[in-house]
Write a protein that binds this ligand. Structure first.
Ligand SMILES: *Cc1c(COP(=O)(O)O)cnc(C)c1O
Length: 408
């Protein structure tokens, strides 16, 4: 089969899956609109501020919009939080005290969290140095489910925070839909209401019609240069959760006693609002790109997760290339079809915070934004590439054709 008839076949197969996605997009767009209307968002909320940022109405209203959308009591939404890892780290340092234990219940967390926790490296100021211990529970049933009895067994008197990572990250495990977290969250809170359940929600926002906070998670954390920024937010991250959790975290964000009352932004808040408005649509475009890629490589006999027609909980598509040359060609083909830096040729390199060499394609408007089409892969067997993002499906499809051409 030549490339264009392969893609045409894959696209036909994807039709019913795409139709279901558009329904979710409708529902989530309605949820976003409802939150904007409830907060009466107007042009005055876009205005930049300087200095301390007391009474910054754009910042405060944006935080209330996020809290509503997440069914949460409170939220922190700040351009000043450098990235998703910084927000997750902020959350952990806000909630944990020396002598407490952090329990990850979705196996080893995302690579960049290892240096925060002190699992790898010896970065000054990590949780281990702070006297916070760490334990983890692997996922059950072939890495598809949270091991609820195992989690309850692993809870110790000093367990303070339970970490759930929604997305597969760079691991060959299932991603989790918010409703799949309900049972463990309820069981933990029944046993120990004082434990904070935090969810690394990166890549998960707007895939489903609800978020983990709707099922009782104490706090959800994510990056604004992924799903929730809709491809328009230029930087930043959010945390949404209970008043009890956010109060502790905001003390670390600025200073105890100051919390969310300070923090200015000297550019317009418009891209944050507009990005959030676009997010359900953008996420759908990214999902369609992922699903088309999955079906295409399935037709070529390769192993994918999730399968093109399986339920999804994040925007990541894993494809097992089985061969380093194919993997490199795929990533280079994606880069060559990027709007920005198309002439750059990605090569595997040692990236700070990651254990293996990594190769990535990212030709993005917002530096490193992975809601824009990007592909990354740690250089380790079985040479799985992780594809995510795509602001438009048309671009996703063109890039997939480019990757197939490069591989041929
Ligand atoms: C992206 C991501 C993070 C945070 O990464 P940053 O690059 O620091 O934004 C954490 N966990 C998961 C699962 C992620 O996808």
């Amino acid at each position: 089969m030549n490339i264009s008839s392969l893609i045409a076949q894959a696209e036909r197969d994807c039709g019913p899956v795409f139709a279901a996605l558009e329904e979710t997009e409708m529902k989530n767009t309605r949820r976003v609109l409802d939150a904007f209307r409830a907060e009466d968002i107007a042009a005055r909320h876009f205005a930049p501020t300087t200095g301390y940022g007391y009474d910054d109405i754009g910042r405060d209203a944006l935080e209330r919009v996020f809290a509503r959308l997440f069914g949460a009591e409170s939220a922190i939404v700040r351009p000043s939080i450098a990235c998703g890892t910084a927000a997750l780290s902020l959350c952990l340092f806000g909630l944990l005290l020396p002598g407490d234990e952090l329990l990850s219940i979705t196996g080893t967390p995302y690579d960049t969290m290892e240096t925060v926790i002190g699992l790898s490296g010896n970065a000054p100021g990590n949780l281990k140095e702070m006297g916070v211990s760490y334990a983890q529970v692997e996922m059950a049933e072939n890495q598809t489910k949270i091991d609820v009895p195992g989690v309850l067994d692993a809870i110790k008197p000093h367990t303070k925070v339970i970490l759930i990572q929604r997305s597969r990250g760079y691991a060959w495990r299932a991603s989790l839909r918010p409703e799949e977290m309900r049972e463990v969250i309820e069981s933990v809170h029944n046993l120990r209401p004082d434990i904070f359940v935090m969810v690394d929600n990166c890549y998960g926002e707007f895939i489903c019609e609800n978020e983990p906070t709707h099922f009782g998670a104490d706090v959800c954390v994510g990056s604004l240069i992924k799903n929730a920024g809709g491809g328009l937010a230029p930087t930043g991250a959010y945390l949404a959760g209970t008043k009890r959790a956010i109060e502790r975290i905001e003390a670390r964000l600025t200073a105890p006693g100051l919390g969310r009352e300070v923090g200015s932004y000297a550019a317009s808040y418009q891209p944050f609002y507009q990005g959030l408005f676009m997010a359900p649509h953008t996420v759908t475009q990214a999902l369609k790109t992922a699903i088309l890629a999955a079906r295409t490589f399935e037709l070529l006999g390769m192993k994918t997760t999730p399968a093109f027609d399986a339920p999804r909980a994040d925007i990541i598509q894993a494809i097992e290339m089985g061969d380093p040359q194919k993997l490199i060609a795929f990533v280079q083909g994606i880069q060559a079809a990027s709007p920005i830096d198309a002439s750059a040729v990605p090569e595997p390199w040692d990236m700070p915070g990651y254990t293996d060499q990594v190769i990535m394609a990212a030709g993005t408007f917002v530096g490193g934004a992975s809601i824009e089409l990007s592909a990354d892969a740690p250089m380790r067997a079985p040479f799985t590439v992780y594809l995510q993002g795509g602001l438009t499906y048309a671009h996703g499809k063109i890039a997939l054709i480019s990757a197939l051409e490069e591989m041929a």
